[in-house]
Design a protein around this ligand. Sequence first.
Ligand SMILES: [Zn+2]
Ligand SMILES: [Zn+2]
Length: 167
Amino acid sequence: MAELDVTKILRSYGAKLTFEESVLLEPMRMLGEVIEFPQPFAVQGSIVNRDGTFLLEATASGTIEAKCSLCGTPVSVPMELEIEENLIHHPNRRMKNGNDKSEADFMYEAERDGAFVFTTHMLDISKIVGDNVFLNLPSQFFCSADCKGLCPICGKNRNKEECKCSN
Ligand SMILES: [Zn+2]
Ligand SMILES: [Zn+2]
C-alpha cells in the first residue's frame, strides 16, 4: 500500500499536495498471461482540491516482466505513463447501515462517471496506479524485433535451434 495523508487539502479549495511514492504492484493477468512487476513503480505528482473534487496528476515509471508473445522467452520492458484521475472524497457510511441504497447509488454513479472514490483522509494510490498501468499495458511483448517464434509443429524455439519440420 502506498497511502497519502490528504488531511491538509481535504477541506481547502485550491490546495495542492505534491507527492513522491513507490508503489509495488501485484501481478496482473492479461489474456491468460501473467504480467509481473519486480520493482515498485516510482510515482510522482500532485493532488489538487478543485471545489471539493480532487484532480490527481502523476507520472509513473517502472519495469514490466512478461513473456514474448511469439516464443515465450521472459522479457523485461520499461514502462512510463501519465496518470490523470478525478477523485471524490466520500466518507463511508455503509459500515453502519449495511444496505443503504442511496449510498450504493452514489458509488455506482461516481464510478460510472469515471471518478475514483476514497473514504478517509488516507488515500491509497496503489489501485489508481494499478488501474492505469493495466490500461496502458501493451497487448503483446516481443523478445526482439525479429523473433522467429516457436515451430507450430514441434514446438521448438526457432530462435535457438533449427528444426526439420519446415517444408
Ligand atoms: Zn520471442
Ligand atoms: Zn519444428
